[in-house]
Write a protein that binds this ligand. Structure first.
Ligand code: KG4
Ligand code: ZN
Length: 341
């Protein structure tokens, strides 16, 4: 049995959770900084780090209390070591490493995207390995082949903006708050998604590459020529373009890999239109779509605790040293090399 405390501080949420290999997720606490950054239209790194410092210790105490668990019951501490904001990552990393050192248990640096990729395994109907994962967050739009925890192959990705970034930038054009995804989705329910024919970038490229920056430009041109009463139609038409593109590429990913299971991870996976359309498209191909529980789509400590537990269960040894690093930019390959099997 392993019981892991997970710490996520890569961006603007402090996420703390405890995952137990027998009991499952025992507690999962989150403090979001959305309100703190709202007036700046994006995350301010220095404010993010300071807030993580304020929140992290009380949140760890609350999480232990919810799980009815003592520090001495923990087998390891997993933390997001990258990619992310350097100052924010340092808060989680130093607390995790110090606590693990004091308790004489392993500290496990975890790749943030691995957390997202494995998060659907925390749902009541988890996928079986191997599967194709579509990771759609504020920083990434990628298709991955996942053979097991720690074995990932990049199949295709966005050559420019990530899907979440396109949502955020379009929201800004429409005067909506950050993060834009949920606001665009809400406004889109009131609009006509057929009114503006926005581009479906690289939809016929035959591969799994994507591009979303042209879409943002097309939206900005339309916004400049219309007034606020047209914004719901713009939001709906924009959302439809993203959903169409992701659905078409997802179908191609299953066809190329001959796999039947598609896992969706990352913040944009919370989009209900996307969920609805992917469900119909993939089921139509005899496949199945898996999601993390809705509250685990965006950043959280649970996915980090879970990923850490897999490292121990698969005996993928963490690097043993008494110093530690954070990796603001980090590809999954370099991360896999960190762990010796
Ligand atoms: O994975 P995440 O929480 O953070 C990282 O980027 O790692 O993803 C955040 C992104 C933001 O761009 C946000 O606008 C988008 O996910 N998002 C959504 C929705 N909820 C969050 N995009 C579309 N529809 C949503 N309902
Ligand atoms: Zn994330």
């Amino acid at each position: 049995m392993v019981r892991v405390l997970g710490i996520e501080t890569s961006c603007d949420e402090t996420g703390i959770a405890i995952y137990d290999s027998h009991l499952g997720l025992m507690a999962d606490h989150l403090h979001s900084q959305i309100k703190l950054h709202n007036e700046y239209g994006g995350v301010v790194p220095e404010l993010a780090s300071r807030d993580h410092i304020r929140r992290i210790s009380p949140l760890i105490k609350d999480t232990l209390q919810t799980a009815n668990c003592a520090l001495s019951d923990l087998s390891a501490i997993a933390y997001t070591a990258g990619p992310g904001l350097a100052g924010a990552l340092l808060v989680g990393a130093s607390v995790a490493e110090a606590l693990a050192f004091a308790l004489d248990i392993p500290a496990l640096p975890i790749h943030h995207l691995e957390g997202h990729l494995l998060s659907p395994c925390l749902s009541t109907t988890p996928p079986q390995f191997p599967f194709v994962a579509l990771l759609v967050s504020g920083g990434h739009s990628q298709f991955m082949r996942v053979d097991s925890p720690g074995r990932y192959e990049l199949l295709g990705e966005s050559v420019d903006d990530a899907a979440g970034e396109a949502f955020d930038k379009t929201a800004k054009l429409l005067g909506l708050p950050y993060p834009g995804g949920p606001h665009i989705a809400k406004l889109a329910t009131l609009g006509n998604d057929q009114r503006f024919n926005f581009p479906r970038p690289m939809i016929h490229s035959g591969d799994l590459m994507m591009s979303f920056s042209g879409l943002k430009t097309a939206v900005s041109l339309v916004v400049a020529q219309h007034t606020e009463k047209d914004y719901a139609d713009i939001a709906a038409s924009f959302e439809a373009a993203i959903v169409d593109t992701l659905c078409s590429k997802a179908a191609k990913a299953l066809e190329k890999t001959q796999l039947k299971q598609l896992v969706i991870a990352g913040g944009v996976g919370a989009n209900l239109k996307l969920r609805e359309r992917l469900g119909t498209t993939i089921r139509g191909l005899g496949g199945e779509v898996f999601y993390p529980p809705l509250h685990l789509c965006t950043d959280n400590g649970a996915m980090i605790a879970f990923a850490g537990a897999q490292k121990i269960l698969l005996q993928q040894k963490p690097p043993i040293n008494h110093s530690f690093s954070i990796y603001p930019r980090w590809d999954l390959q370099a991360y896999s090399d960190l762990y010796r099997t």
